[in-house]
Unconditional design. Structure first.
Length: 164
């Protein structure tokens, strides 16, 4: 199931959803994805770059405290690009969004909606995955912008431009 050399690791989150690290070209992607018949990945899920994955692990506590408060307002955290983690009705949604012509962010099909149990498993297994990938994660360079101009030009921080 796991192999050290190609950095492919897989953890079950329950109900056929898996947390998987897998190389893609020169980079490593972290998938949260529904599988079919244990070994067949479906289109239902998303793939995060290491930088977005790292950001997600950094907002685990924010998501948890929102869940614990029983706060019913919609909550989200930006992971980079058009990827967000959001909470609605006790479900945790990991998803790519896009900016529609009217300027609203709309959900794409690239994503997955997790139960609280699956979210819990994600957090537990993230610890082990991050330990296995600590060298790769250490190499992730986090965005730092000296001024607003470079922030607005950054596809990672501001994917839809200055008006977004
Ligand atoms: Zn940036």
């Amino acid at each position: 199931m796991t192999s050290q050399s190609d950095r492919t690791f897989r953890f079950s989150l329950g109900n056929n959803v898996y947390l998987v690290s897998k190389p893609f070209g020169d980079c490593l992607l972290i998938h949260v994805r529904l599988y079919e018949n244990v070994n067949v990945p479906t289109k239902k899920g998303l793939a995060l770059t290491l930088s977005r994955w790292k950001t997600l692990t950094q907002v685990f506590d924010d998501v948890d405290s929102h869940l614990q408060r029983g706060d019913t307002t919609i909550f989200d955290r930006h992971l980079g690009g058009n990827y967000y983690v959001s909470v609605k009705d006790d479900r945790i949604d990991l998803r790519k969004w896009y900016m529609a012509d009217d300027g609203d962010l709309r959900a794409t099909r690239k994503g997955i909606n997790l139960s609280c149990e699956q979210w819990h498993e994600l957090k537990e297994n993230a610890r082990e995955l991050n330990r296995l990938l600590c060298e790769e994660l250490d190499r992730v360079v986090e965005c730092f912008h000296q001024n607003q101009e470079t922030f607005y030009d950054c596809a990672e921080c501001c994917p839809n431009g200055a008006l977004a």
